[in-house]
Ligand binder design. Structure first.
Ligand code: GLU
Length: 248
């Protein structure tokens, strides 16, 4: 099981992403990475094979900051543990994506995308997802629509976090077969593989259901089910505190 953490706020969230990944280390992983949208609207990515601590050191040497970002600890299923296979994956320097799970029809999608002219930077099953999102984003000009169209073509299990250049205020999350929770803070929004990653940042949580896609902006969260219909999901409050569960 890998881990996903994403954040959207009106402050630098890079440290929240790292802390969240550290909280998910118990799940097991072989590499770690993050991407944030910087002040200029560009995607800044850092990745390392090995421990989250190594990623943290890299970020001390080559800092990143931004109000919107996604991060990932990878447990390799397709492609060796390596920096090139680590998430987030990018397409066109415009879209960054993290994925937990397995895309069963990745070979077919890869072949089609190669025929359409896409170059691949990794051996992962995940990379087809970021290319598909990118192409639909170019076609429709909207990241939510791009993810909705993309997941229609995916077979397998996924939790996804997706961000786009020039948008410090939007994060799209989707899940089917892999867990993903949304954390609500004080005008701040998070996604994570479990609530432990977000204790201290969020006290209310929305568990996405299978097939859900969440459009998270700095103004709120809108959730759509697999048919594209807007839906309401329960907001759960947790009594858990980081200190109580030894995460201090
Ligand atoms: N299947 C993807 C990969 O191998 C994601 C693995 C994971 O869930 O960490 O990169």
């Amino acid at each position: 099981m890998c881990g996903i953490v994403g954040a959207l706020a009106k402050r630098d969230i890079s440290k929240v992403l790292i802390k969240g990944l550290q909280r998910l280390e118990y799940r097991g992983y072989d590499s770690a990475g993050l991407a944030v949208i910087d002040e200029g609207g560009s995607i800044q990515r850092r990745r390392m094979q090995g421990k989250v601590k190594n990623l943290e050191q890299l970020i001390e040497e080559k800092p990143v900051s931004g109000f919107c970002g996604i991060s990932h600890t990878r447990w390799a299923t397709h492609g060796v543990p390596s920096k090139a296979n680590s998430h987030p994956h990018l397409c066109g320097d415009a879209i960054a994506l993290v994925h937990n799970g397995i895309i069963e029809n990745h070979e077919l999608l890869r072949k089609q995308q190669q025929e359409q002219g896409h170059d691949f930077d990794s051996e992962t099953d995940t990379e087809v997802v970021v290319h598909a999102v990118h192409d639909h984003w170019l076609q429709f000009g909207d990241l939510l629509k791009a993810v909705q169209e993309t997941v229609k073509r995916l077979e397998g299990a996924y939790a996804l976090g997706v961000i786009e250049k020039d948008r410090q205020d939007r994060l799209i999350a989707a899940r089917k077969g892999s867990p993903l929770v949304i954390g609500l803070g004080d005008n701040e929004y998070y996604i994570a593989s479990d609530v432990f990653a977000l204790l201290g940042e969020a006290s209310k949580f929305i568990y996405l259901e299978d097939g859900d896609i969440a459009d998270i902006t700095i103004n709120g969260v809108t959730i759509y089910d697999a048919s594209g219909k807007e839906v309401t999901r329960a907001i759960n409050e947790t009594e858990l505190k980081a200190d109580n569960v030894g995460l201090g």
